[in-house]
Design a protein around this ligand. Structure first.
Ligand code: TXA
Ligand code: MG
Length: 335
């Protein structure tokens, strides 16, 4: 594996590698993706292999111009066009009817395809230079936390892929919002980097299905990657309501070392003063959901390396990016 910079020559190398069927990890505004030519079945098969990802879990196809959605989608409903005009490029993935040209391995045999136009300039430039749609899941082994730096990718997948393009840390920090636009009403399949409020401002009410306690292998999952353990770090993480620590642990024996992960410095000060945790970390000292999202996975990666016995996490406010953060914390708490 070779690490490439964001220089023009290196991006040309990355684009050529993609065209030749190689695996290239690319930075996006959400998380790093493990890219392959979406029209090259063998390259896409290697993506599943490198991630040890079950092939029933379909990939997102990335484009760098809105009109290229027609290369992979058979039909683009007016609602999808309106969303593309308002919110692309950005952390919104749309599920649309698939064109037969898209290999089945990309979509796990579904007749729909997930499409996203990322806003990261490096991702855009690589896709433009490659001249092909790029299939890319998050660049982590299946079931692990998504990478938000090139170093995370190198540590997790370095020996199984061809190139990593280092575009610095990801700004958004949680994966894209996945929205199904194939039915009568838009359905939220994954809360993510595009706040629901901004989507509803364009298309009106979005249906939010009750959280599915997904079981691995369930072919009928609406969004097959939404297995509960999908974001699990290896340190046990226990999730609590906002403001409920340490009360919710009253009388419990504390393991050492333990860590409390809370929203802002106000909550951190409250928990520090109890002396019950060995360390207390605020997702966003100033209480900003964007900052909290951007730091979440990086913090979880760093906690894993430090071998805490337990992480006690509090939810953040359930609004804007808070929905995606709470969803990832919830998944991290399920093993
Ligand atoms: O921000 C992101 O979305 C990142 C960057 C790299 O773009 N990608 C990412 O990919 O998170 P991945 O593979 O980790 O998650 C894709 C999600 C999965 O939950 C998958 O099941 C769902 O999108 N998905 C893909 N195609 C689908 C389809 N046709 N129907 C329903 N869900 C689909
Ligand atoms: Mg993923």
């Amino acid at each position: 594996m070779k690490i490439l910079s964001a220089s023009e020559t290196d991006l040309e190398t990355a684009a050529r590698a993609l065209r030749e069927g190689k695996l290239v990890a690319i930075p996006t505004e959400t998380v790093y993706g493990l890219g392959a030519n979406a029209f090259d079945e063998r390259a896409v098969a290697r993506v599943f292999e490198a991630k040890a990802r079950p092939t029933f879990d379909p990939l997102i196809v990335h484009i760098a111009r809105t009109e290229d959605v027609r290369q992979v989608a058979r039909e683009v409903p007016e609602r999808a066009l309106a969303l593309a005009r308002a919110l692309w490029p950005g952390p919104l993935t749309m599920i649309l009817p698939k064109k037969p040209e898209v290999p089945d391995i990309v979509t796990a045999g579904l007749d729909t395809v997930a499409v996203r136009f990322p806003s990261h300039p490096v991702a855009q430039h690589i896709i433009e230079l490659a001249g092909i749609p790029v299939a890319a899941p998050s660049a982590n082994p299946f079931g692990y936390i998504s990478p938000t730096t090139a170093a995370h990718v190198a540590a997790m997948l370095g020996d199984r892929i061809d190139f990593i393009v280092d575009g610095g840390p990801c700004d958004v920090g949680v994966e894209s919002t996945v929205l199904d636009l194939t039915g009568r009403e838009p359905v939220l399949l994954r809360a993510g980097g595009m706040p629901l409020e901004r989507i509803e401002a364009v298309v009106g009410p979005v249906r939010i299905p009750p959280r599915q306690a997904a079981t691995v292998g369930a072919a009928s999952l609406a969004s097959p990657g939404q297995t509960l353990s999908h974001y699990a770090p290896s340190t046990p993480l226990y999730l609590f309501e906002l403001g409920s620590l340490p009360g919710a642990l009253a009388g419990a024996a504390m393991p050492h070392p333990s860590l409390a992960l809370v929203y802002d410095s106000q909550r951190a000060a409250v928990l520090e003063s109890t002396g019950r945790f060995d360390e207390v970390v605020a997702l966003s000292p100033g209480g900003n959901l964007g900052e909290a999202a951007a730091r979440l996975f990086s913090l979880l990666h760093s906690f894993d390396a430090r071998h805490f016995e337990a992480i006690y996490a509090e939810r953040v406010p359930e609004e804007g990016l808070g929905r995606a953060i709470n969803d990832r914390l919830f998944r991290a708490s399920k093993k």
